[in-house]
Design a binder for this molecule. Structure first.
Ligand SMILES: *Cc1c(COP(=O)(O)O)cnc(C)c1O
Length: 374
């Protein structure tokens, strides 16, 4: 073991505690703890403003938001999705009695490969649920074209994509709905939290109804099978405080991203991943792929780094399609998913978070390059 401080793959960003006290004081004074209170309303408005989207509905976590987004889409049958994601993506389909159909990913962006979507469409297909993996935008235009041609809805799992933009603005504007996560490990966090981005007032109202047990605005009629998806005032207040520093947090991530890219480029067998579309990134993750030109296997490197006190993650390994919940699906066959299968065996996500020092980044790089020379 190293005698240095361990380096973790991520560390939640926390503003100074004393800055949060006045927010808490306001909650204590007003005695409004939840149910869409003043902080909840302010955070929804502030996020619409910051992200440049029309409507946001806050949720207690990203998974509840995914569940409700699919419920709001009001579909049954099959949904095309990626095996290269966090398990919540597909769980949200099963909870809605929808059948996941896995389609392989693009080897460059690691996002759902639009060229392979049409072959997976059947008369039962009702929607596509792509993931902006690592915050790299999907090929949103190709996906829209396919969806329009076949009359499918598009619901983006945008859990990684907070603040990501293309030349037209927020990538959250694409698709019928986009879902964010504000979990502690994400770029912007409210401890736990999430949101659905929608494009018109009627949809936003329906989502807000679904997340509040199905109550209509009269507060008594219940015509929909809703859930409790609400975000508390404490979480919303923390989000408002967190949002103040988001610019600096994203900038610090960018500096780390550039340092890794510059120095890792020289190491044979190590490939850095980039989003293909021209976009403003959020540097949410720093995935690298380890291939045969590197002297150690991915797992040996993972262990080597851990022995040096560097805790990386094999994210996303194993594939969703390999988990016992999904492996029996016909589309889960590894032969159907060659790119995702290869990438899941090659990927390591390196530490990246605001506050990770230059020296720590260099320690990670040195550990990879030394093991690479062994
Ligand atoms: C984090 C994450 C989720 C789930 O969000 P929670 O807020 O943890 O429920 C869903 N999909 C992806 C891709 C994620 O990374």
């Amino acid at each position: 073991m190293s005698d240095k401080e361990p380096i973790f793959v991520t560390r939640p960003v926390l503003p100074p505690l004393e800055e949060f006290i006045p927010y808490l004081q306001e909650i204590w004074d007003a005695r409004i703890l939840t149910n869409g209170g003043p902080y909840h309303q302010r955070l929804e408005a502030a996020l619409c403003d910051f992200l440049g989207v029309a409507h946001i509905s806050l949720f207690g976590n990203g998974t509840q938001a995914l569940l409700t987004a699919l419920q709001a889409a009001d579909i049954d049958g099959e949904v095309i999705t990626t095996p290269y994601s966090f398990i919540a993506t597909t769980h949200s389909l099963l909870w809605n009695q929808l059948k996941p159909v896995f389609v392989d990913i693009d080897p460059q962006t690691l996002n759902l490969d639009p060229a392979r979507i049409e072959a997976a469409i059947t008369p039962a297909t009702k929607a596509i649920m792509p993931v902006h993996c690592y915050g790299h935008p999907c090929d949103v235009h190709a996906i829209r074209t396919i969806a329009d041609k076949h009359g499918l809805k598009v619901i983006y799992d945008a859990a990684h994509a907070f603040g990501v933009q293309d030349a037209q603005g927020s990538i959250l504007k694409y698709g019928d709905l986009s879902v964010l996560s504000f979990h502690a490990t994400k770029v912007f966090n409210t401890f736990e939290g999430g949101a659905i981005v929608s494009h018109d007032k009627e949809t936003k109202q329906r989502i807000d109804q679904l997340k509040n047990f199905g109550f209509e605005r009269d507060g008594s009629t219940v015509a929909l099978l809703g859930t409790n998806g609400k975000l508390s005032e404490i979480h919303a207040a923390f989000g408002l405080l967190q949002l103040k520093d988001i610019g600096s947090a994203l900038q610090q991530r960018q500096v780390i991203d550039q340092r890794y890219r510059q120095k890792l480029a020289a190491i044979p067998g190590v490939t850095c991943i980039e989003g293909l579309n021209e976009s403003t990134a959020n540097y949410a993750y720093f995935p690298i792929l380890i291939d045969e030109a590197y002297p150690l296997s991915r797992d040996a490197l993972f262990q080597h780094l851990q022995d040096k006190g560097i805790y990386t993650r094999r994210y996303f390994y194993p594939l969703i399609s390999n988990s016992p919940v999904y492996c029996e699906l016909p589309s889960a066959d590894a032969a159907n998913l060659p790119v995702a299968t290869r990438v899941a065996n090659q990927v390591i996500c390196l530490p990246i978070y605001p506050g990770l020092s230059e020296e720590q980044v260099d320690t990670v790089i040195a550990a990879i390059s030394e093991a690479g020379r062994a």
